[in-house]
Design a protein around this ligand. Structure first.
Ligand SMILES: Nc1ncnc2c1ncn2[C@@H]1O[C@H](COP(=O)(O)OP(=O)(O)OP(=O)(O)O)[C@@H](O)[C@H]1O
Ligand SMILES: [Mg+2]
Length: 260
């Protein structure tokens, strides 16, 4: 059988930050692989280094040891092939939705730029709001605008850092479905950070479970149920329980290290 093409390869990444003259190890020997078109979640407690790991993969932070390869090439700085979507949207408040989405498209001629931006605004269902400014949008709409902006530059890899964490349950479920629809349509590779176990099971092909101090990947769980997934199904509960067990949250003994 032929191996799937790898979009992201992380080899033995370690990273420490200096603190009060000392040094705190944040990531230790992290290795992972994400195939092209795969949707993989990184799940772990607050402070375990998920954002740091995404920033290393995105080329925003240099590791102390190890290497990141994107589509087979060493990656050491940010580029258009791999975009990062932050939790707090990062929209420019003085630009409309359309002008925000056009941000990464400057190299296109004006007409094409506008058409491309509108195509992605339609894809995320915001066409009626294209002329609105971020402060006129709900949080969910702002997140959709940020997603349109990321998708418009046709990145091969999208790094998403808890993009739906600040949203209410209804909007979060809605955007999870939107993300799956867009993923099925455009097939980008997605590395998705979350500390929501249900979200990880609902979205992912695989879930990588991290623990803290230092951040390490302790286990990988492939979610082998077809989509759309039913949160109430026995399969879903099986994976949920499997993950909870990793965090020692199902038994009677509370664990500080894994409280999420
Ligand atoms: N630039 C920095 N300088 C010093 N320490 C940092 C820096 N960035 C992150 N850290 C530390 O690294 C650790 C991991 O932070 P990180 O933001 O990666 O965690 P996280 O898993 O994303 O947490 P959360 O789920 O709360 O977002 C924390 O202890 C944090 O204080
Ligand atoms: Mg974080």
């Amino acid at each position: 059988m032929t191996q799937p093409m790898l979009a992201v390869e992380v080899d033995n990444i370690s990273k420490s930050y200096g603190a009060r003259g000392g040094s705190e190890e944040i990531l230790r020997n992290i290795s992972l692989k994400v195939a092209q078109g795969e949707l993989v979640s990184l799940l772990g407690p607050s402070g375990c280094g998920k954002s740091t790991l995404l920033s290393v993969i995105g080329g925003f932070v240099s590791p102390d040891r190890g290497q990141v390869r994107l589509n087979g090439r060493a990656k050491t700085s940010p580029d258009r092939e791999c975009v990062m979507l932050f939790q707090h949207y990062g929209l420019l408040p003085w630009r409309s939705v359309k002008k925000n989405v056009e941000l990464g498209l400057e190299r296109l001629p004006a007409k094409e730029r506008e058409e491309t931006a509108m195509a992605y605004i339609r894809l995320v269902g915001l066409e009626e709001r294209a002329g609105h400014f971020p402060h006129q949008l709900s949080g969910g709409m702002q997140q959709r605008a940020a997603l349109a902006r990321a998708l418009a530059i046709r990145p091969k890899v999208i790094l998403m850092d808890e993009p739906f964490a600040a949203l209410d349950t209804f909007t979060r479920y809605y955007l999870q479905n939107e993300l799956l629809r867009i993923h099925a349509q455009e097939k980008p590779t997605i590395l998705f950070v979350t500390h929501d176990i249900d979200e990880a099971v609902y979205l992912s092909d695989r879930v990588l479970i991290m623990n803290a101090s230092p951040g390490q990947i302790r286990r990988e769980i492939a979610i082998q149920t077809s989509r759309p997934r039913d949160r109430g199904s026995a399969d879903f509960q099986h994976y949920r329980k499997l993950i909870l067990e990793q965090f020692e949250l199902t038994g009677t003994q509370p664990s500080e290290e894994f409280s999420i």
